[in-house]
Design a protein around this ligand. Structure first.
Ligand SMILES: [Zn+2]
Length: 134
């Protein structure tokens, strides 16, 4: 099971994630963190989905390649988190929903790279990643 703990994020990303969630709530959004850190084994299992295992392809990253797998001094230090907006308590996966755009704006205002942007390396609306300077 992948982690949803903010403490498993990179130290630079932890306060940004807290502010991000607070600003989302201030704007009437109900964000749910679905993933912070995941292990190499969990990444591998996810990579096999849609390839050697049934389901849709959900990642291009093999074990160790995802920002969610990052470690620092031997501890989880994910450089990205995934978040989905809840509406009436249910996750909204439709990327056309306006809450996605609002979340994207809030994340980008904090200097995070939002992978819902058209120029992102790949399209993954829930994915907010620490920029490379850290
Ligand atoms: Zn992600």
């Amino acid at each position: 099971m992948a982690s949803r703990a903010i403490s498993d994020l990179h130290p630079q990303l932890q306060p940004l994630a807290e502010i991000f969630l607070r600003r989302c709530r201030d704007q009437g959004l109900d964000p749910l963190l679905t993933c912070t850190w995941r292990s190499a084994a969990e990444q591998d299992a996810l990579y096999q989905q849609g390839r050697s295992k049934p389901g849709a392809i959900v990642t291009q990253a093999r074990a160790g390649q995802s920002a969610h797998n990052a470690m620092l001094y031997g501890s989880p230090a994910a450089r990205a988190f995934d978040v989905v907006p809840l509406v009436a308590g249910k996750p909204v996966w439709d990327a056309e929903h306006p809450h996605w755009h609002l979340m994207g704006q809030i994340g980008q205002a904090l200097g995070l790279n939002w992978y819902g942007q058209p120029d992102a390396p790949f399209q993954e609306y829930p994915h907010f990643q620490l920029s490379q300077e850290f």
